[in-house]
Design a protein around this ligand. Structure first.
Ligand code: GDP
Ligand code: IMO
Ligand code: MG
Length: 423
């Protein structure tokens, strides 16, 4: 039985959480494969909005198991807060949540190191979520990290102490003014670790292998987006993991030949939170309207998201590196009322017209070339079938499908579960 993937094709916040929640009824296991609490995945149903950071977005369904894979980095303190929020809705997370022993731990000092590194960069800062993601993955690849499985060993606190001491020395090296009370942070951390240990830690690659053999259906949930991928994103303004399809193989231990459908999610326009190049970014009233109507504020940090027109050059690149088999277009409703819509179909790159994503996409190298299309005035949010779509929306969708050469199977017209239209 193949493992299906669901991932973001832009700079994150495409609506992954919403669609994973919608698709969960068709799966037995939802498995997060990378990232950590830098993610904020929003789900909305029965008039209530939920935000998840580390916990897979299938957790609200009774039927599915939810696995936090080895590729994920876990902050026990934030994890505990997520569990507490679920507890208020009587979600039985104890029996529905599994954690890979090979997932790495975010220590309080990783968060401090993130802050120190960003402060030291000044204007060149990444705009990190300050959740300690970069320093934790650095310790992973540097072979110094602590893993969930370490918590089952009697000497884990000694290992913790040695690493935290090293981090403190490193914070000093940055020579920036970071205020912190480590004993207080550590008290919270140890308390949260005790809670975390009540959950089930497993050898998740083995679990997933058996599940596949038994014919159970698995959906791998990505975090962030393809343009934030450590290899293929807009480096250095990226996150520290592989957000693209290959990340699901390394982040779960699933073999490449076991990958089935690859669901690629994109917004009908583009947003980005944090620093870094964004060729189609708008600084005018149109961008302001997208932000306001789309309620474009980060689910993790509350920062306002930068907004702009859809960038097909970047989107094509993402479709390509992920091998997307089905597309899902989100937030079409936000574009209602724009008389004309623009879609970037090529770049003017240092005087030459190109249709591939070049090495440098900073504003001094790249100017977007737009195709203009008619907009639609109708409110989409109450529509429930594609037959109700206005002509201009159908034309917009048909244009994207032709350019991207992949069918758009879902059109989302609002944040709620029910505002999801299959084509
Ligand atoms: P994720 O990180 O990819 O899971 O996305 P986020 O949850 O960070 O951001 C997506 C935001 O858009 C959330 O506030 C969702 O509730 C909201 N949303 C998702 N789909 C739609 C849609 O089709 N229309 C509108 N208006 N909002 C949507
Ligand atoms: P979801 O899963 C949007 C961005 C940060 C910053 C850069 C690096 O909700 O789509 P990091 O904390 O990872 O070191 O930050 O990546 N970023 C996200 N942007 N959505 C996310 O996750 C993000 N996770 C990280 O804003 O620019
Ligand atoms: Mg998000």
């Amino acid at each position: 039985m193949a493992v299906d993937l669901l991932l973001g094709l832009q700079w994150g916040d495409e609506g992954k959480g919403k669609i994973v929640d919608v698709l969960t009824k068709d799966y037995d296991i939802i498995a997060r494969f990378q990232g950590g609490p830098n993610a904020g995945h929003t789900l909305e149903f029965d008039g209530i909005k939920h935000v998840l950071h580390t916990i897979p977005s299938g957790i609200f369904h009774k039927t599915a198991m939810n696995l936090v894979g080895n590729g994920v980095v876990i902050d026990p303190v934030i994890f505990q807060k997520e569990l507490d929020a679920l507890g208020k809705f009587n979600i039985d997370y104890i029996s529905k949540l599994l954690i890979s022993r090979k997932a790495h731990l975010i220590l309080p000092t990783h968060r401090l190191l993130d802050a120190a590194s960003e402060a030291a960069k000044g204007k060149a800062k990444i705009g990190s979520t300050l959740k300690g993601i970069g320093p934790t993955y650095m310790d992973k690849t540097g072979r110094n990290g602590m893993r969930i499985g370490d918590l089952e060993l009697s000497d884990w606190k000694e290992k913790y102490r040695a690493l935290a001491n090293k981090h403190e020395a490193m914070i000093g090296f940055y020579n920036v003014d970071i205020q912190y009370d480590l004993p207080e942070l550590e008290a919270d951390f140890f308390k949260a670790v005790d809670q975390l240990k009540k959950l089930t830690f497993i050898d998740s690659e083995e679990y997933l292998y058996r599940a596949q053999k038994e014919g159970r259906k698995i959906l791998a949930e990505g975090a962030q987006g393809s343009l934030l991928d450590i290899d293929f994103g807009t480096y250095p303004f990226v996150t520290s993991s592989n957000t693209t399809a290959a990340g699901a193989c390394t982040g779960l231990g699933v073999a490449p030949n076991q990958i089935g459908s690859v669901f690629g999610i994109f917004k009908a326009y583009t947003t980005r939170v944090g620093s870094g190049p964004f060729p189609t970014e708008l600084f005018d009233a149109d961008g302001e309207t997208m932000g306001r109507v789309g309620n474009e504020f980060g689910a993790t940090t509350g920062r306002s998201r930068r907004c702009g027109w859809l960038d097909l050059v970047a989107l094509k690149y993402a479709v390509q590196v992920n091998g997307v088999t089905e597309l899902m277009m989100m937030k079409g409703d936000v574009l209602s009322g724009f008389p004309k819509l623009k879609v970037c179909t090529a770049y003017n790159y240092k005087g030459e017209e190109i249709t591939h994503l070049p090495y440098n996409i900073e504003a001094e190298n790249v100017t977007p070339i737009y195709t203009e299309m008619d907009g639609w005035a109708q409110d989409l949010t109450k529509m429930r079938s594609p037959e109700e779509f206005p002509k201009a929306l159908n034309e917009y969708i048909a244009f994207l499908e032709k350019e991207l050469e992949v069918p758009i199977k879902i059109v989302s017209v609002g944040p709620d579960r029910t505002q999801t239209i299959l084509r």
